[in-house]
Design a protein around this ligand. Sequence first.
Ligand code: HSE
Length: 407
Amino acid sequence: MVNVAVLGYGTVGSGVVEVLNTNKDIIRQKAGEELKVKYVLDLREFEGDPVSEILVHDYDVILKDKDVKIIAEAMGGEEPAYTFTKNALLAGKSVCTSNKELVAKHGAELLEIAKKNNANYFFEASVGGGIPIIRPLNQCLVADEITEISGILNGTTNYILTEMSEKGSAFEDVLKDAQDKGYAERNPEADVEGYDACRKIAILTSLVTGAQVDFEDIHTEGITRITDADFKYAKAMKASVKLLGRSKRIDGKFYSMVAPFLVKADNPLYSVNGVFNGILVHGNMVDDVMFYGQGAGKCPTASAVVSDVVDAAKNLGKNVPVVWSKNKSELGKFEECKSRFFVRMKDKGLDDDQMTTIIEAFGDVLYVKAEGVVDELAFITKEIKEAEFAEQIKRFEDVYSVIRVDF
Ligand code: HSE
Protein backbone atom coordinates (compact mmCIF):
# COMPACT_ATOMS: atom_id res chain seq x y z
CA MET A 1 0.00 0.00 0.00
CA VAL A 2 1.22 3.51 -0.82
CA ASN A 3 0.11 6.36 1.44
CA VAL A 4 -0.88 9.63 -0.17
CA ALA A 5 -1.58 13.07 1.34
CA VAL A 6 -3.77 15.65 -0.36
CA LEU A 7 -3.00 19.33 0.21
CA GLY A 8 -6.14 21.45 -0.08
CA TYR A 9 -9.71 20.15 0.02
CA GLY A 10 -11.19 22.57 -2.50
CA THR A 11 -12.51 21.66 -5.94
CA VAL A 12 -9.45 19.76 -7.17
CA GLY A 13 -8.38 18.29 -3.81
CA SER A 14 -11.82 16.87 -3.06
CA GLY A 15 -11.86 15.61 -6.66
CA VAL A 16 -8.59 13.74 -6.05
CA VAL A 17 -10.12 12.00 -3.01
CA GLU A 18 -13.25 11.22 -5.04
CA VAL A 19 -11.32 9.77 -8.01
CA LEU A 20 -9.14 7.64 -5.70
CA ASN A 21 -12.26 6.31 -3.93
CA THR A 22 -14.48 5.82 -6.97
CA ASN A 23 -11.84 4.09 -9.08
CA LYS A 24 -10.06 2.40 -6.18
CA ASP A 25 -9.92 -1.07 -7.74
CA ILE A 26 -8.85 -0.04 -11.21
CA ILE A 27 -6.23 2.32 -9.73
CA ARG A 28 -4.87 -0.46 -7.49
CA GLN A 29 -4.56 -2.67 -10.56
CA LYS A 30 -2.78 0.02 -12.60
CA ALA A 31 -0.48 1.15 -9.76
CA GLY A 32 0.27 -2.39 -8.67
CA GLU A 33 -0.61 -1.41 -5.09
CA GLU A 34 -3.44 0.18 -3.18
CA LEU A 35 -3.23 3.99 -2.97
CA LYS A 36 -4.58 5.17 0.36
CA VAL A 37 -5.30 8.77 1.29
CA LYS A 38 -3.79 9.00 4.78
CA TYR A 39 -4.17 12.75 5.28
CA VAL A 40 -5.97 15.73 3.81
CA LEU A 41 -4.55 19.11 4.75
CA ASP A 42 -6.87 22.10 4.93
CA LEU A 43 -7.34 25.00 7.34
CA ARG A 44 -11.11 24.52 7.31
CA GLU A 45 -13.26 21.94 9.11
CA PHE A 46 -15.59 19.69 7.12
CA GLU A 47 -18.12 18.52 9.69
CA GLY A 48 -20.16 15.54 8.55
CA ASP A 49 -17.77 14.78 5.69
CA PRO A 50 -15.85 11.49 6.09
CA VAL A 51 -12.71 13.50 5.25
CA SER A 52 -12.84 14.84 8.85
CA GLU A 53 -11.31 11.57 10.03
CA ILE A 54 -8.11 12.17 8.05
CA LEU A 55 -8.12 15.99 8.14
CA VAL A 56 -5.02 17.73 9.50
CA HIS A 57 -4.27 21.44 9.84
CA ASP A 58 -0.53 21.16 10.36
CA TYR A 59 1.62 20.35 7.33
CA ASP A 60 4.45 19.05 9.53
CA VAL A 61 2.32 16.00 10.40
CA ILE A 62 2.47 15.01 6.73
CA LEU A 63 6.07 16.04 6.18
CA LYS A 64 7.34 14.07 9.17
CA ASP A 65 5.35 10.93 8.39
CA LYS A 66 7.79 8.64 6.58
CA ASP A 67 4.89 6.45 5.43
CA VAL A 68 3.57 9.24 3.19
CA LYS A 69 5.35 8.76 -0.12
CA ILE A 70 3.23 10.90 -2.46
CA ILE A 71 1.61 14.30 -2.06
CA ALA A 72 -1.16 15.64 -4.29
CA GLU A 73 -0.86 19.42 -4.08
CA ALA A 74 -4.18 21.07 -4.94
CA MET A 75 -3.81 24.32 -3.01
CA GLY A 76 -3.10 26.64 -5.95
CA GLY A 77 -1.13 29.89 -5.74
CA GLU A 78 2.54 30.35 -5.00
CA GLU A 79 2.74 30.19 -1.20
CA PRO A 80 2.59 28.11 0.88
CA ALA A 81 2.41 25.60 -2.01
CA TYR A 82 6.02 26.35 -3.03
CA THR A 83 7.49 25.83 0.45
CA PHE A 84 5.37 22.72 1.08
CA THR A 85 6.36 21.21 -2.29
CA LYS A 86 10.04 21.98 -1.86
CA ASN A 87 10.16 20.47 1.62
CA ALA A 88 8.29 17.36 0.47
CA LEU A 89 10.71 16.81 -2.41
CA LEU A 90 13.71 17.41 -0.12
CA ALA A 91 12.27 14.69 2.10
CA GLY A 92 12.13 12.33 -0.89
CA LYS A 93 8.35 12.46 -1.29
CA SER A 94 6.93 12.83 -4.80
CA VAL A 95 4.56 15.71 -5.49
CA CYS A 96 1.78 15.77 -8.10
CA THR A 97 0.09 19.08 -8.78
CA SER A 98 -2.49 21.04 -10.74
CA ASN A 99 -0.86 24.33 -9.70
CA LYS A 100 0.08 26.14 -12.93
CA GLU A 101 1.30 29.31 -11.17
CA LEU A 102 3.82 27.29 -9.21
CA VAL A 103 4.88 25.08 -12.11
CA ALA A 104 5.32 28.05 -14.48
CA LYS A 105 7.44 29.94 -11.95
CA HIS A 106 9.38 27.24 -10.09
CA GLY A 107 8.98 24.14 -12.28
CA ALA A 108 12.66 23.89 -13.27
CA GLU A 109 13.90 24.29 -9.69
CA LEU A 110 11.38 21.81 -8.26
CA LEU A 111 12.24 19.25 -10.96
CA GLU A 112 15.92 19.61 -10.05
CA ILE A 113 15.19 19.08 -6.35
CA ALA A 114 13.03 16.06 -7.19
CA LYS A 115 15.86 14.56 -9.25
CA LYS A 116 18.47 15.07 -6.48
CA ASN A 117 16.17 13.34 -3.98
CA ASN A 118 15.10 10.40 -6.16
CA ALA A 119 11.55 11.64 -6.19
CA ASN A 120 9.23 13.06 -8.84
CA TYR A 121 7.48 16.34 -9.49
CA PHE A 122 4.57 15.68 -11.84
CA PHE A 123 2.18 18.34 -13.17
CA GLU A 124 -0.08 16.81 -15.83
CA ALA A 125 -3.10 18.75 -14.49
CA SER A 126 -1.39 22.14 -14.67
CA VAL A 127 -2.19 22.55 -18.37
CA GLY A 128 -5.44 21.52 -20.03
CA GLY A 129 -7.05 20.07 -16.88
CA GLY A 130 -7.99 16.49 -17.75
CA ILE A 131 -6.32 16.54 -21.17
CA PRO A 132 -3.09 14.55 -21.34
CA ILE A 133 -0.51 16.95 -22.76
CA ILE A 134 2.48 17.06 -20.37
CA ARG A 135 3.17 13.32 -20.49
CA PRO A 136 2.75 13.18 -24.30
CA LEU A 137 5.29 16.01 -24.64
CA ASN A 138 7.70 14.32 -22.20
CA GLN A 139 7.28 10.80 -23.53
CA CYS A 140 5.16 10.05 -26.60
CA LEU A 141 6.42 12.91 -28.78
CA VAL A 142 10.10 12.87 -27.84
CA ALA A 143 11.09 11.48 -31.26
CA ASP A 144 9.97 14.74 -32.82
CA GLU A 145 11.23 18.24 -33.08
CA ILE A 146 8.17 20.19 -31.99
CA THR A 147 7.76 23.20 -34.23
CA GLU A 148 4.47 24.59 -33.00
CA ILE A 149 2.03 24.44 -30.12
CA SER A 150 -1.22 26.35 -30.45
CA GLY A 151 -3.87 25.91 -27.85
CA ILE A 152 -7.18 27.01 -26.51
CA LEU A 153 -5.87 26.77 -22.97
CA ASN A 154 -8.57 28.54 -21.00
CA GLY A 155 -12.11 27.22 -20.66
CA THR A 156 -13.63 30.38 -19.21
CA THR A 157 -12.64 32.58 -22.13
CA ASN A 158 -13.54 29.90 -24.66
CA TYR A 159 -17.00 29.66 -23.10
CA ILE A 160 -17.41 33.46 -23.30
CA LEU A 161 -16.22 33.64 -26.93
CA THR A 162 -18.44 30.72 -27.94
CA GLU A 163 -21.50 32.35 -26.36
CA MET A 164 -20.69 35.68 -28.03
CA SER A 165 -20.36 33.89 -31.35
CA GLU A 166 -23.52 31.83 -31.04
CA LYS A 167 -25.82 34.39 -29.41
CA GLY A 168 -24.42 37.64 -30.76
CA SER A 169 -24.15 38.90 -27.16
CA ALA A 170 -21.78 41.52 -25.77
CA PHE A 171 -18.69 40.50 -23.77
CA GLU A 172 -19.92 42.07 -20.50
CA ASP A 173 -23.32 40.33 -20.69
CA VAL A 174 -21.80 36.91 -21.36
CA LEU A 175 -19.20 37.40 -18.60
CA LYS A 176 -21.93 38.23 -16.09
CA ASP A 177 -23.95 35.20 -17.18
CA ALA A 178 -20.83 32.99 -16.93
CA GLN A 179 -20.17 34.31 -13.40
CA ASP A 180 -23.79 33.61 -12.38
CA LYS A 181 -23.44 30.03 -13.70
CA GLY A 182 -20.10 29.55 -11.94
CA TYR A 183 -18.10 29.21 -15.18
CA ALA A 184 -16.18 32.42 -14.48
CA GLU A 185 -14.63 33.65 -11.25
CA ARG A 186 -16.03 36.72 -9.46
CA ASN A 187 -12.62 38.24 -10.20
CA PRO A 188 -12.21 37.09 -13.81
CA GLU A 189 -8.98 39.01 -14.54
CA ALA A 190 -6.60 36.03 -14.75
CA ASP A 191 -8.83 34.35 -17.32
CA VAL A 192 -10.14 37.24 -19.44
CA GLU A 193 -6.82 39.08 -19.58
CA GLY A 194 -5.06 35.91 -20.77
CA TYR A 195 -2.76 35.52 -17.73
CA ASP A 196 -3.91 31.94 -17.08
CA ALA A 197 -3.33 30.89 -20.71
CA CYS A 198 0.04 32.66 -20.57
CA ARG A 199 1.26 30.51 -17.68
CA LYS A 200 0.11 27.39 -19.50
CA ILE A 201 1.87 28.20 -22.79
CA ALA A 202 4.97 29.13 -20.74
CA ILE A 203 4.95 25.63 -19.18
CA LEU A 204 4.45 23.93 -22.56
CA THR A 205 7.17 26.01 -24.21
CA SER A 206 9.59 25.30 -21.35
CA LEU A 207 9.04 21.58 -21.91
CA VAL A 208 9.43 21.86 -25.67
CA THR A 209 12.62 23.93 -25.46
CA GLY A 210 13.94 22.10 -22.37
CA ALA A 211 14.74 25.42 -20.68
CA GLN A 212 12.96 28.07 -18.64
CA VAL A 213 10.42 30.26 -20.41
CA ASP A 214 9.35 33.07 -18.11
CA PHE A 215 5.69 33.93 -18.50
CA GLU A 216 6.55 37.61 -18.01
CA ASP A 217 8.38 37.47 -21.37
CA ILE A 218 5.31 36.32 -23.30
CA HIS A 219 3.23 39.01 -24.97
CA THR A 220 -0.29 38.55 -23.62
CA GLU A 221 -3.62 40.01 -24.71
CA GLY A 222 -7.01 38.99 -23.37
CA ILE A 223 -10.51 39.03 -24.82
CA THR A 224 -11.98 42.12 -23.15
CA ARG A 225 -11.85 44.20 -26.34
CA ILE A 226 -13.60 41.62 -28.55
CA THR A 227 -17.07 42.80 -29.55
CA ASP A 228 -20.18 41.34 -31.15
CA ALA A 229 -19.26 43.27 -34.34
CA ASP A 230 -15.99 41.31 -34.52
CA PHE A 231 -18.03 38.11 -34.60
CA LYS A 232 -20.22 39.50 -37.42
CA TYR A 233 -17.07 39.92 -39.52
CA ALA A 234 -15.79 36.54 -38.37
CA LYS A 235 -19.01 34.93 -39.62
CA ALA A 236 -18.71 36.73 -42.95
CA MET A 237 -15.23 35.20 -43.30
CA LYS A 238 -16.48 31.76 -42.13
CA ALA A 239 -14.14 32.11 -39.17
CA SER A 240 -14.36 32.44 -35.41
CA VAL A 241 -12.41 34.31 -32.74
CA LYS A 242 -10.39 32.12 -30.35
CA LEU A 243 -7.98 33.05 -27.57
CA LEU A 244 -4.82 31.12 -28.46
CA GLY A 245 -1.67 30.47 -26.53
CA ARG A 246 0.90 29.92 -29.21
CA SER A 247 4.57 29.08 -29.57
CA LYS A 248 5.96 28.75 -33.07
CA ARG A 249 9.51 27.84 -34.03
CA ILE A 250 10.88 30.04 -36.81
CA ASP A 251 14.56 29.94 -37.84
CA GLY A 252 15.51 28.11 -34.66
CA LYS A 253 13.70 30.39 -32.20
CA PHE A 254 10.32 30.09 -30.55
CA TYR A 255 7.97 33.05 -30.82
CA SER A 256 5.31 32.90 -28.11
CA MET A 257 2.19 34.91 -27.45
CA VAL A 258 -1.31 34.79 -26.06
CA ALA A 259 -3.88 36.72 -28.08
CA PRO A 260 -7.27 36.43 -29.77
CA PHE A 261 -6.97 35.05 -33.31
CA LEU A 262 -9.40 34.71 -36.19
CA VAL A 263 -9.43 30.99 -36.93
CA LYS A 264 -11.06 29.25 -39.92
CA ALA A 265 -12.95 25.95 -40.03
CA ASP A 266 -10.00 24.04 -41.51
CA ASN A 267 -8.12 24.60 -38.23
CA PRO A 268 -9.10 21.87 -35.71
CA LEU A 269 -9.16 24.52 -32.96
CA TYR A 270 -12.14 26.19 -34.70
CA SER A 271 -14.44 23.42 -33.45
CA VAL A 272 -13.27 23.60 -29.83
CA ASN A 273 -16.23 25.28 -28.19
CA GLY A 274 -17.65 26.11 -24.76
CA VAL A 275 -15.54 25.24 -21.72
CA PHE A 276 -13.48 22.73 -23.70
CA ASN A 277 -9.75 23.14 -24.36
CA GLY A 278 -7.84 21.99 -27.43
CA ILE A 279 -4.12 21.84 -27.99
CA LEU A 280 -2.61 21.39 -31.43
CA VAL A 281 0.99 20.20 -31.51
CA HIS A 282 3.03 20.05 -34.70
CA GLY A 283 6.06 17.79 -34.82
CA ASN A 284 8.46 17.49 -37.75
CA MET A 285 7.82 13.74 -37.99
CA VAL A 286 4.41 13.11 -36.49
CA ASP A 287 2.82 16.16 -38.19
CA ASP A 288 -0.29 17.55 -36.45
CA VAL A 289 -1.53 16.01 -33.20
CA MET A 290 -4.62 17.36 -31.51
CA PHE A 291 -5.47 17.02 -27.81
CA TYR A 292 -9.06 17.83 -26.84
CA GLY A 293 -11.08 17.62 -23.65
CA GLN A 294 -12.14 19.32 -20.45
CA GLY A 295 -9.55 21.87 -19.44
CA ALA A 296 -10.99 22.48 -16.00
CA GLY A 297 -13.50 21.10 -13.51
CA LYS A 298 -13.28 18.89 -10.45
CA CYS A 299 -13.13 15.34 -11.81
CA PRO A 300 -11.30 15.97 -15.13
CA THR A 301 -8.53 17.88 -13.33
CA ALA A 302 -8.42 15.38 -10.46
CA SER A 303 -8.21 12.54 -12.98
CA ALA A 304 -4.97 14.06 -14.32
CA VAL A 305 -3.57 14.55 -10.79
CA VAL A 306 -4.37 10.94 -9.90
CA SER A 307 -2.76 9.67 -13.12
CA ASP A 308 0.41 11.39 -11.85
CA VAL A 309 -0.05 9.82 -8.41
CA VAL A 310 -0.21 6.40 -10.07
CA ASP A 311 2.93 7.20 -12.08
CA ALA A 312 4.68 8.35 -8.90
CA ALA A 313 3.62 5.13 -7.12
CA LYS A 314 5.10 3.07 -9.96
CA ASN A 315 8.36 5.00 -9.67
CA LEU A 316 8.93 5.23 -5.91
CA GLY A 317 12.55 6.04 -5.12
CA LYS A 318 13.30 6.56 -8.80
CA ASN A 319 13.32 9.85 -10.70
CA VAL A 320 11.62 9.96 -14.08
CA PRO A 321 13.72 12.53 -15.98
CA VAL A 322 12.04 15.65 -17.35
CA VAL A 323 14.15 18.00 -19.46
CA TRP A 324 13.49 21.54 -18.19
CA SER A 325 16.60 23.36 -17.03
CA LYS A 326 16.74 26.61 -15.06
CA ASN A 327 18.67 28.26 -17.93
CA LYS A 328 16.54 30.75 -19.76
CA SER A 329 15.17 29.81 -23.17
CA GLU A 330 15.99 32.42 -25.76
CA LEU A 331 12.64 33.36 -27.26
CA GLY A 332 12.31 35.28 -30.51
CA LYS A 333 11.47 38.96 -30.03
CA PHE A 334 7.73 39.64 -30.12
CA GLU A 335 8.33 42.76 -32.25
CA GLU A 336 9.77 40.55 -34.99
CA CYS A 337 6.93 38.06 -34.96
CA LYS A 338 4.91 38.17 -38.20
CA SER A 339 1.11 38.02 -38.50
CA ARG A 340 -1.72 39.09 -40.74
CA PHE A 341 -3.99 41.58 -38.99
CA PHE A 342 -7.73 42.14 -39.24
CA VAL A 343 -8.44 45.84 -38.68
CA ARG A 344 -11.72 47.71 -38.21
CA MET A 345 -11.86 51.48 -38.33
CA LYS A 346 -14.34 54.30 -38.84
CA ASP A 347 -15.26 54.76 -42.48
CA LYS A 348 -14.56 58.37 -43.40
CA GLY A 349 -16.84 58.15 -46.41
CA LEU A 350 -15.63 60.04 -49.43
CA ASP A 351 -12.28 60.81 -47.83
CA ASP A 352 -9.90 59.38 -50.46
CA ASP A 353 -6.94 60.00 -48.16
CA GLN A 354 -8.09 57.20 -45.87
CA MET A 355 -7.76 54.58 -48.64
CA THR A 356 -4.45 56.04 -49.76
CA THR A 357 -3.10 55.95 -46.22
CA ILE A 358 -4.20 52.31 -45.87
CA ILE A 359 -2.25 51.43 -49.04
CA GLU A 360 0.76 53.45 -47.88
CA ALA A 361 0.69 51.77 -44.48
CA PHE A 362 -0.06 48.18 -45.40
CA GLY A 363 0.12 47.82 -49.19
CA ASP A 364 -2.72 45.86 -50.77
CA VAL A 365 -5.25 44.76 -48.20
CA LEU A 366 -8.28 42.51 -48.38
CA TYR A 367 -11.48 44.41 -47.57
CA VAL A 368 -14.20 42.58 -45.63
CA LYS A 369 -17.89 43.44 -45.25
CA ALA A 370 -20.23 42.19 -42.56
CA GLU A 371 -24.02 42.19 -42.58
CA GLY A 372 -25.49 44.75 -40.22
CA VAL A 373 -22.27 46.69 -39.63
CA VAL A 374 -22.22 50.18 -41.14
CA ASP A 375 -19.90 53.19 -41.23
CA GLU A 376 -16.80 51.02 -40.86
CA LEU A 377 -13.90 49.92 -43.00
CA ALA A 378 -12.57 46.48 -42.26
CA PHE A 379 -9.63 44.77 -43.91
CA ILE A 380 -6.95 42.13 -43.53
CA THR A 381 -3.31 43.05 -44.03
CA LYS A 382 -0.61 40.92 -45.58
CA GLU A 383 1.84 39.27 -43.22
CA ILE A 384 3.70 42.00 -41.39
CA LYS A 385 6.00 42.24 -38.37
CA GLU A 386 4.42 43.26 -35.05
CA ALA A 387 6.70 46.28 -34.73
CA GLU A 388 5.87 47.51 -38.22
CA PHE A 389 2.14 47.02 -37.70
CA ALA A 390 2.29 48.91 -34.37
CA GLU A 391 4.07 51.79 -36.13
CA GLN A 392 1.72 51.95 -39.13
CA ILE A 393 -1.54 51.66 -37.22
CA LYS A 394 -0.63 54.88 -35.37
CA ARG A 395 -1.45 56.72 -38.62
CA PHE A 396 -5.14 56.02 -38.10
CA GLU A 397 -7.64 57.50 -35.68
CA ASP A 398 -10.82 55.71 -34.69
CA VAL A 399 -9.47 52.15 -34.93
CA TYR A 400 -12.19 49.97 -33.41
CA SER A 401 -10.51 46.62 -33.39
CA VAL A 402 -7.35 44.68 -34.29
CA ILE A 403 -7.28 40.88 -34.30
CA ARG A 404 -4.52 38.63 -35.62
CA VAL A 405 -5.52 36.27 -38.40
CA ASP A 406 -4.58 32.61 -38.43
CA PHE A 407 -5.20 31.94 -42.13
N1 HSE B 1 -9.66 29.22 -15.02
C1 HSE B 1 -9.12 28.13 -15.77
C2 HSE B 1 -9.92 27.96 -17.06
C3 HSE B 1 -9.17 26.88 -14.93
O1 HSE B 1 -10.96 28.61 -17.20
O2 HSE B 1 -9.50 27.24 -17.95
C4 HSE B 1 -8.26 25.78 -15.38
O3 HSE B 1 -6.92 26.12 -15.33
